[in-house]
Write a protein that binds this ligand. Structure first.
Ligand SMILES: Cc1cc2nc3c(=O)[nH]c(=O)nc-3n(C[C@H](O)[C@H](O)[C@H](O)COP(=O)(O)O)c2cc1C
Length: 174
C-alpha cells in the first residue's frame, strides 16, 4: 500500500491563539510531516505560481475573491499521475470553508478511480467545513475514509493524535 501526502500550507502571518503570528512552518505542513513520519509516503507540496500576500488580512481577501470566482490558480509543479499510490491524504487549511482553490487546480487533473482518500484539514474553528464534501465532488471514483481536522494553533501539539489516526487508518485498509 503506497501513500501519497498532498499538502498546501502557507507560511507567514497567520491567526493563531487569538493573535497574529508569523509562522516559519505552516500548520498543515507540520501535520503533513507527522503523517509521513507515522506511516511513510511521498510528500507533495502544492505551490501557487503567484504568492499570496504575507499579510494575513490581505490574504483572506485574495482567497475570498478566488472562492467567489471559482478560480483555479496556476501551480509551480503538478503531479502528473497517482497511478502508483493507493492512499492519498489531501491536507490543507480550511479557507473560507473549503480547501484553497489551488488544491482543486491539482486534484482536477488526476484520475481518482479506485483510490482511498482522506481529508486532513487544519482550521481556526470551522473543522472540515465543506472540505470533505468538495473532495467527494472532485475526486470522482475515490472512496473517502475518515479524515482528521486539527485546530491550526494545535498543529505542533498534535503529533500523537496524528500518529494514532494515521496508523489506525492504514491498518483499517489492510
Ligand atoms: C485565507 C484564509 C482563510 C481562512 N478561512 C478560514 C475558515 O473559513 N475557517 C476556519 O476555521 N479557519 C480559516 N482560516 C484559518 C486557517 O484555516 C488556519 O489558520 C490553518 O491552520 C492555516 O493552515 P496553514 O498554516 O497550513 O496555511 C483561514 C485562513 C486564511 C489565511
Amino acid at each position: 500500500m503506497k501513500n501519497l501526502i498532498i499538502f498546501y500550507s502557507r507560511r507567514g502571518q497567520n491567526y493563531s491563539d487569538g493573535g497574529i503570528k508569523n509562522l516559519e512552518l505552516g500548520n498543515t505542513e507540520i501535520v503533513a510531516e507527522f503523517i509521513k513520519n507515522a506511516i511513510g509516503g511521498t510528500l507533495f507540496e502544492i505551490e501557487t505560481e503567484k504568492q499570496y500576500s504575507l499579510d494575513y488580512y490581505k490574504c483572506t481577501e485574495e482567497a475570498k475573491e478566488e472562492l467567489k470566482t471559482n478560480a483555479r490558480p496556476k501551480l509551480k509543479n503538478y503531479i502528473k499521475t497517482i497511478d502508483e499510490y493507493n492512499n492519498i491524504f489531501i491536507c490543507g487549511p480550511c479557507w473560507w470553508g473549503t480547501f484553497p482553490m489551488a488544491m482543486f487546480t491539482q486534484l482536477e487533473t488526476l484520475d481518482w478511480n479506485g483510490k482511498n482518500i482522506f481529508a486532513v484539514v487544519t482550521h481556526g474553528g470551522s473543522g472540515f467545513g465543506n472540505c470533505e464534501r468538495d473532495l467527494i465532488k472532485t475526486c470522482k471514483g475515490a472512496k473517502l475514509g475518515k479524515g482528521l481536522a486539527i485546530f491550526g494553533s494545535q498543529a505542533s501539539n498534535s503529533k500523537d493524535e496524528v500518529f494514532n489516526w494515521a496508523q489506525n487508518t492504514v491498518k483499517s485498509l489492510l
